[in-house]
Structure formats: C-alpha cells, structure tokens
Design a protein around this ligand. Structure first.
Ligand SMILES: NC(=O)c1ccc[n+]([C@@H]2O[C@H](COP(=O)([O-])OP(=O)(O)OC[C@H]3O[C@@H](n4cnc5c(N)ncnc54)[C@H](OP(=O)(O)O)[C@@H]3O)[C@@H](O)[C@H]2O)c1
Length: 359
C-alpha cells in the first residue's frame, strides 16, 4: 500500500482523491492538508498541521496541488528533507526553485515528479525527459495555456470578441477571475521554464524570458491574419543551441501546414523537433480536474513501480537568449503598422500587439 498525503483540496486535489478512491486499491489517501474550513467536507482526513504529516512514517509520498509559491516552497522542502517523494502540479514554485528541489530530492534519495505542472493531462514531461536521454532536442513549440487557446479559438472560429471569449472561459471554469497572468504570457513563461530546465539541465530565471501577450488582440487583427491565410496560436518557443537556450512566449501566425493548427479550444499541444525522430506532436486536454489528476496518477504509478526519473541535478544558472528571429507583424490601435525582421525586444515593445509570422 502506498500512503499519500494531498496538500490542497481544490480542483486538482479533489480530483486526485476521487481517482484514487475509484480506481486504485494500491494507493491510500491518508491525510489531506488544507484550511480548517474544509473540516465539514474532509472530517478526520483533514490535517492542518503539516509537520504531523512529515513526521508520519507511514506516508511515503505527498502530492502538492495548492498553487502559489511561498507555502508550497516550505511544504516541498520539508517533505523532501523528511524523505517523502513529492508530486507537484505547481509550475509557479517549480519554475522558481527547480534546482533546489531536485538537489534535495537527490540528496535525500527520493523522487520529485511534476507531470501535471505543464500541459494538464498530456503525458509530456516524462516523454520529453526520456526523448532527451536518447536524442538531441532542437526545438519545442508549446501551446500550454488552455485559457488563451480557448479565447483565441472562440475569436477565430466563432467571431467572438476578446471580452466575450474571456467571460465565456470564466463561465466554463477555464479562466481565473483575473486572467491577466495568462493573457500576458506569464503562465507560459513558467511552463516553458520547467520544460527548458529539464532538457538543458540548467537553472533558468523566469524574469529573463521575454513574453509578448495577447491582451490587445482584436477582431480586426484576427481578420488581418486570416486574410494572410494564417491562424494565431499563443506559443512558448524554446530553441536549444550549443551551450545556449533561447526562449520566448509570443503569438505566432501559423500556416495550416503547422501541426499546431489542430490545437483548438481548451486543448494544449506541443511540437518537438529533434535530431533523429521528428517532428513529434503531443495533443490533449490542457487543464481540468480529471485530466490533471490523471497526470498526477502517472507520476504516482511510476514512483510506485520504482521507475527512475532521469532528472539529474540541475546545473548552474544559465542566461537565456531571447529568440526574436524571423518576421514580426506589429499593430497599434488594432491597425497593422509594420513588419520587422529579427527586431530587438525594445523595438517590439513599442507596439500594442505583435506576432511572429510563419513563412
Ligand atoms: N486547475 C487545473 O486545471 C490545473 C491544471 C494543471 C495544474 N494546476 C496547478 O495545480 C495547482 C492547484 O490548482 P487548483 O486549480 O486545484 O487550485 P485550487 O482549486 O485553488 O486549490 C487549492 C487548494 O489549496 C487550498 N489552500 C490555499 N491556501 C491554503 C493555505 N494557506 N493552507 C491550506 N490550504 C490552502 C485552497 O483552499 P481555498 O479554496 O479555501 O482557498 C484549495 O482547497 C496550482 O499550482 C495550479 O497551477 C491546475
């Protein structure tokens, strides 16, 4: 029996408990850490003192699905030091402290796993990690924010305005009350960081990743791009160069030949190009209670089977090179102004909305 403690009984945490209770006799949720207000729902399963969980010798793995950074950082560090395996869906804390977490996991001979932190239910972190062991990955292009992809699909396929599409995303539970971090690209900065770190094995800083958002996209811009025979996708673009990693989060006007054209609504998708086996496309649900719980179960089952995660200690900090090669369409007040070739970040920041155009 594998005894688990879940930290955070929200959308994801409840999903993990449901899936374990319904499908997995070999796992047992022994405790749930959350606020005292959850006593009515959780009864004796609720534990509000985290140290009691870390001291419990019967609990071997904790699942952290609280969100944020400060408290999860404390929880993950304490859990690893107490020799508990840690499964986390929290890209915010992982993207900030990956090196510290992996070092602690290695030093304490336990496993840190985070399949659910990027791409919702799509098996992505583990396959990329394995692929990276055997092949040389050149680029990864990921549509990794379900809210933004849903909004862009509604605007492009159903002629909806940005405001209406956001409202609908909120109504359907995809978008947060304040969706600005998603629309600005900050969520994809964190997810891009997690993927890039496991591939290049170096510590990367979120605040060095350039990001150009979609807050100012409009129907006029969408129609302009449609007239060029292209569709917008909001993408994190990672390129691995010799001793360098190049990253940017930005909208790209893609042609119908690009496999990411099939990533629509609340789906996520990733296109991987490598030396011997490419391109590989992974596509599926990018968020939601049960897709995310399913990704957490993948980690739990691998830990239970003793499948080693080939993450090594993350090497020292590496500066990120902004990836701004190619042609960019630049808009102000919903109007096309100019096309710039391989511009600087400062040149692009003068406009309300920019997108790279796939030739
Ligand atoms: N939702 C998704 O589809 C999805 C997909 C992939 C990854 N993730 C990631 O998974 C994590 C959890 O997401 P979620 O959507 O499940 O969030 P959520 O619904 O807000 O759940 C978080 C839970 O933690 C509890 N909590 C917050 N602060 C606490 C504190 N100080 N002490 C104890 N408990 C506390 C919350 O209680 P209250 O509700 O009372 O505040 C809530 O029960 C995040 O990192 C998110 O980015 C989510």
């Amino acid at each position: 029996m594998n005894n688990i403690a879940i930290f955070g009984y929200g959308i994801v945490g409840k999903g993990v408990r449901d899936v374990i209770d319904e499908n997995y006799d070999e796992f047992c949720v022994k405790k749930v850490f959350d606020l005292p207000s959850k006593r009515d729902v959780l009864g004796n399963l609720l534990e509000t003192d985290m140290d009691k969980i870390f001291a419990d010798k019967e609990i071997d793995t904790i699942v952290e699905c609280m969100g944020g950074d400060e408290l999860p950082h404390e929880i993950i560090c304490k859990a690893l030091k107490a020799k508990k395996n840690v499964v986390s869906s929290n890209k915010e804390t992982l993207s900030r402290h990956m090196k510290e977490y992996l070092d602690l996991a290695n030093d304490n001979h336990v496993i840190l796993a985070f399949e659910a932190s990027v791409g919702g239910g799509i098996p992505l972190i583990y396959p990329i990690t394995i692929q990276n062991e055997f092949d040389e990955i050149y680029t990864i292009n990921g549509i990794l924010n379900a809210t933004c992809n849903f909004v862009l699909s509604k605007m492009q396929k159903e002629d909806m305005s940005l405001e209406d599409a956001i409202l609908l995303a909120q109504k359907n539970g995809f978008a947060e009350k304040d969706p600005s971090a998603d629309l600005k690209g900050l969520d994809m900065v964190r997810k891009g960081n997690v993927i890039a770190t496991i591939v290049c094995g170096k510590e990367l800083k979120n605040d060095e990743i350039p990001h150009f958002g979609i807050e100012k996209v409009s129907k006029d811009i969408i129609n302009f791009i449609k007239d060029m025979g292209r569709e917008l996708r909001f993408v994190v673009n990672i390129t691995f160069l010799t001793k360098k990693v190049s990253l940017v989060v930005l909208p790209i006007a893609i042609t119908p030949k690009n496999p990411l054209i099939h990533v629509e609504y609340d789906n996520n998708g990733v296109l991987i190009e490598d030396k011997h086996n490419g391109p590989i496309t992974l596509l599926g649900k990018g968020a939601g209670r049960y897709p995310t719980a399913s990704a957490i179960m993948q980690d739990l089952v691998r830990i239970q089977k003793g499948i080693a995660f080939p993450y090594e200690k993350v090497g020292p900090y590496q500066k990120i090179v902004p990836n701004l090669t190619g042609s960019f369409l630049c808009f102000k007040d919903d109007k096309f102004i100019t096309e710039l070739v391989s511009p600087t970040q400062d040149e692009l920041l003068k406009y309300d909305f920019i997108c790279r155009i796939e030739k």
